[in-house]
Design a protein around this ligand. Structure first.
Ligand SMILES: [Zn+2]
Length: 353
């Protein structure tokens, strides 16, 4: 009789195990799995019922059924665990679909910016001159007349001081017409030797058209030291031109006039378009030469104005338009393109000529 009861219990256990594993395999949610666990393994679950009935078995038979309970329990637990993994994986996949994550769609392109062409030129000019010992300085865009004109030997009636040419804020304050104010400010606070570059934005009273803009960019250089001569000026600027436009570049100096330099000169470089041969070249209009910058020996009156002794120190200065060099370098035909910030234009400049 005892043996028969044991056989029933063993059969019950196997039936419970089979049914539980089957339910686990077809479960679709974590909640369903939790329900199966409670039904079978819970305190009042099916295995518990069998466990409580062990008392009706003989001491001899009890361990056999007890062992089967443990075996069934761990098999059911393994089945529930596997079901949980399967359900969780399915849920993640559903979430991805619900999130409309379509891996076949093209990715979102991260657009890279590029330096503005005027910045590229400014950067290259500075890089060319830094090895010669220059440093870069900046100064105010809104300036007192003295730093922009007075200290630079502009007489009171000079036409540049006319309101037709210069944007005045008040009688004595204006938007700087060149970056020379930085030269003056540097010399006022620093004893020679001075080697300084002044890049930046300048302002003139001009109508905006293809070749003029009321706002444009310059870079100026100033070199002051004892025994500085015109030969130094020529050497530095020739080196500069060769570095910026290529080693085969030739330069020529023509006499000119500026209030703040004496003697003054304009430097031309052999044309970047035709290599200086001229003949039908649109860039140099057939002359073979391109006007690049103005320069000269610093006028003794300027040195005196900033408190230097012209008997002890001399210097030279030069200045050029950033737009002009960019126009020559890339053949840009309308200066307004530099200020309109049209990305279709700006995207064409990578920094390399
Ligand atoms: Zn040419």
């Amino acid at each position: 009789m005892g043996r028969k009861l044991t056989a029933y219990r063993m059969e019950d256990l196997k039936r419970i195990e089979r049914a539980a594993i089957q339910r686990a395999e077809s479960a679709k949610t974590a909640q369903e799995i939790a329900t199966i666990r409670a039904d079978v393994l819970g305190k009042k679950g099916e295995l518990g019922t069998v466990l409580r009935s062990l008392g009706s078995l003989s001491a001899e038979e009890r361990p056999k059924v007890g062992q089967q309970i443990n075996t069934s329990k761990s098999r059911i637990e393994a089945a529930l665990e596997a079901a949980m993994v399967r359900v969780e994986k399915g849920r993640l996949e559903e979430e991805l679909v619900a999130g409309r994550f379509d891996v076949t769609l093209p990715g979102r392109v991260v657009t890279m910016g590029s330096p503005h062409p005027l910045r590229i030129v400014e950067r290259d000019v500075i890089a060319t001159l830094l090895p010669l010992g220059f440093t870069v300085a900046q100064g105010p865009l809104v300036e007192h007349d003295w730093y922009n004109f007075g200290a630079l030997n502009f007489p009171p009636d000079h036409p540049a001081r006319d309101q037709q040419d210069t944007l005045f804020v008040s009688d004595e304050v204006l938007l700087r017409t060149h970056t020379s104010n930085v030269q003056v400010r540097t010399m006022c606070k620093q004893k020679p030797p001075v080697r300084v570059l002044a890049p930046g934005m300048v302002f003139r009273r001009d109508e905006l058209d293809a070749t003029h803009s009321p706002t444009f960019h310059q870079i100026e250089g100033l070199w002051v030291d004892g025994h500085t001569t015109f030969a130094h000026l020529k050497g530095v600027l020739r080196r500069f031109a060769e570095n910026l436009f290529g080693p085969e570049t030739r330069v020529r100096f023509r006499p000119s006039f500026f209030p703040f330099t004496e003697p003054s000169t304009e430097m031309d470089v052999s044309c970047v378009g035709c290599g200086g041969t001229g003949g039908g070249c649109r860039i140099c209009k057939g002359t073979g030469w391109l006007e690049i910058l103005g320069a000269g020996m610093v006028d003794p009156a300027v040195l005196e104005a900033v408190g230097y002794d012209p008997e002890q120190v001399q210097g030279f200065a030069f200045g050029m338009g950033i737009e002009r060099i960019a126009i020559l370098r890339w053949g840009v035909e309308d200066i307004r393109l530099f200020y309109e910030n049209d990305v279709r234009f700006l995207r064409q400049f990578s920094g390399n000529p």
